[in-house]
Design a protein. Structure first.
Length: 247
């Protein structure tokens, strides 16, 4: 009898074209699938909680697949971390209920976005934080976060290049800006997100802090449903999938 197996993995997305398998480059999904099939000697179909974009990182990506034959999961866990590249680590391997699906059963996701503010960015941060060494009005940025909390049509924060999704209604539970002298960390928790929505929210808040968007303009963004009125898309490498929530 097939068993539904859940993996929780962390990865540095710098070298990959995102989670989803692609014909034009290496993805997290393609590497994990290749290693699993080598170990298990069976075809593996992977599902993930978040299809992270190129350069985006994950601390707790949730993935599942079905195991066709009995297998010692402790041995599988060890084999995965032996064969996977060092920038992909599997933290947990466990059996899940037959109906578990990492996307369909998810009740929410939390993303963190790092922005460094120092004049010279430390080399250790270059792959994990957006370097923005310019003045920002943090008070205005924090005021603007309140415009986006709650259940709204977030079409203005979708991906302008893509056709409009059938459903652009999302609920944002929390949007906090944690500040220090040399860094800002945006912590964003919602029930689900449009493609590039988190990065577009961050880019918009930075535009507000930099004086490129007024608070009056920012307050009208949700109602406008117009992506061209919001701020830039923040660079991918500052984004981290922090946690996926389930009941």
């Amino acid at each position: 009898m097939k068993k539904n197996i859940k993996l929780i993995l962390s990865y540095d997305g710098s070298a990959y074209l995102g989670w989803q398998a692609s014909n034009v480059g290496v993805s997290i999904e393609s590497i994990l699938k290749e290693v699993l099939e080598k170990i298990l000697q069976q075809e593996v179909q992977l599902q993930a909680a978040s299809r992270t974009d190129a350069g985006v990182h994950a601390e707790a990506q949730v993935v599942n697949f079905f195991l066709e034959k009995p297998r010692n999961l402790e041995h599988l866990h060890k084999s995965l971390n032996q064969l996977l590249p060092k920038d992909i680590r599997v933290a947990i391997v466990e059996e899940a209920p037959d109906d578990f699906h990492p996307t369909l059963k998810s009740k929410g996701k939390e993303y963190h976005y790092r922005l460094t503010r120092s004049h010279v960015q430390l080399p250790f941060d270059r792959l994990f934080a957006w370097h923005y060494p310019f003045s920002l009005d943090l008070a205005k940025m924090e005021t603007a976060t309140k415009f986006f909390i709650g259940k709204h049509d977030f079409q203005a924060f979708g991906n302008a290049a893509d056709p409009k999704p059938k459903d652009t209604i999302r609920t944002l539970y929390r949007l906090d800006i944690i500040s220090s002298e040399e860094e800002l960390r945006f912590e964003i928790h919602g029930n689900n997100f449009l493609y590039k929505m988190v990065r577009n929210l961050v880019g918009t808040l930075v535009y507000i802090g930099a004086g490129k968007l007024s608070l009056e303009e920012a307050e009208k963004l949700i109602a406008s449903k117009d992506r061209t009125l919001a701020g830039m898309t923040a660079p991918a490498h500052g984004l981290l999938l922090k946690k996926v929530f389930y009941v």
